[in-house]
Design a protein around this ligand. Structure first.
Ligand code: KG4
Ligand code: ZN
Length: 356
């Protein structure tokens, strides 16, 4: 089939990402403006602030991505943009910009579901046919689903409270990891993983959530609360206060990471049993994909690979820079939709296609 080029725009959370990808999965140009530093400062995302930052960076992000690709807007076949789910103030910035580009360049617009984009990124770099089981773990989401086709998913479970990345971020903050220079510029999850490297995962017995539930849902609030209690007790024991961190920081981090990993593995094991018994996957070609920011975690990745392989699955995790939010995954999802002629909208006003 004919080569096509799609420009993708991502603004659902705190990253302003733009990329141009072609139908072979080649990244022609990309740019990413992260707000992580700002939000780490405030201990979370403040939506109006996130919106303002997106607005500041949006045009430049597109300019840089196009510049790097060597293409003009005219040579792009369509504009793909995240329109759900996410922070509405943030989504609207990308969507408005996408509509303006579409109008200006007379290009069709392809609305993208952020989680579908996370799930399909692997298909840009590896041959992973439908159907496949997918675990998406990030700062905002936690879900297990079967990807059946472009635009077609069967949701098996999601989180009842926090997302795993959120738990990592909050616990990292409670542990004051930000105060250590060696974690400069890292997300809470990445800092916690790094601190956990030398620790004993069995040092603190953080209870595994939902052990009695026979479904594929997640819960991370318990891990967060249980960790907080252990941290308080240890801080008291060692007389840690102010900006100081625990002397046994690595043991605490290793235990938190272990508790989260165990929970993820147990839920995935339930999903394996479910999809195999219901015929949702092809039992001769079982495929398991893990993506989202938390999939960057090497400990979690290794555990899930072992679990999958042991149960007869070929396990795929995209390279790190494709796991986290970016414009590339949106552009690639646009390509996937383009190839099957799905959701290609002609734009003749700024009103068409809203967030939902
Ligand atoms: O997918 P993502 O970039 O944004 C969304 O939330 O959609 O994921 C960001 C999340 C953050 O919560 C961050 O702490 C977490 O991914 N994360 C990690 C690691 N690297 C990033 N969590 C655990 N271990 C890591 N190495
Ligand atoms: Zn994401």
């Amino acid at each position: 089939s004919q080569q096509c080029h799609i420009l993708g725009i991502e603004t659902s959370c705190d990253d302003t990402g733009v990329a141009i990808v072609n139908s072979d999965g080649k990244i022609l140009g990309e740019s990413l403006f992260s707000q992580q530093e700002l939000h780490l400062e405030f201990g979370g995302i403040i939506p109006p602030l996130a919106r303002d930052m997106h607005e500041q960076n949006m045009e430049q992000a597109t300019y840089i991505a196009l510049e790097k690709s060597g293409l003009s807007l005219d040579e792009v076949d369509a504009i793909a943009v995240t329109n759900r789910p996410g922070l509405s103030l943030s989504l609207l910035v990308g969507l408005k910009h996408a509509k303006q580009l579409a109008l200006k360049g007379h290009k069709p617009l392809i609305p993208i579901h952020h989680m579908e984009a996370h799930a399909f990124t692997i298909r840009m770099v590896e041959k992973v046919d439908f159907p496949f089981l997918v675990l998406l773990i990030s700062g905002g989401h936690s879900l297990l689903a079967v990807a059946q086709d472009v635009g077609r998913f069967k949701l098996l479970g999601s989180t009842l409270d926090d997302a795993p990345g959120e738990a990592f971020d909050k616990i990292a903050r409670r542990l004051k990891l930000r105060n250590l220079r060696r974690f400069d510029g890292m997300s809470g999850g990445a800092a916690l993983e790094s601190a956990a490297a030398e620790g004993d995962p069995l040092a603190f017995p953080i209870a595994e959530p939902l052990l009695q539930n026979r479904d594929c849902n997640f819960s991370f609030a318990g891990v967060k609360n249980s960790s907080r209690l252990f941290i308080m007790k240890e801080e008291e024991k060692f007389g840690v206060n102010g900006d100081e961190v625990l002397p046994n920081l690595s043991d605490m981090c290793a235990s938190v990471q272990f508790a989260i990993t165990k929970h993820l593995c147990r839920r995935v094991l339930r999903a394996f049993a479910y999809v195999e018994s219901t015929g949702l996957v092809d039992n001769d070609r079982k495929r398991f994909v893990v993506s989202g920011g938390v999939a960057c975690n090497t400990f979690i990745g290794r555990a899930l690979r072992v679990l999958g392989t042991h149960n007869g699955y070929s396990v795929s995790i995209p390279p790190r820079h494709l796991c986290t939010d970016n414009g590339v995954m949106i552009a690639w999802n646009g390509i996937e939709k383009w190839k099957v002629n799905q959701e290609i909208h002609q734009v003749d006003s700024l009103e068409l296609i809203d967030i939902n």
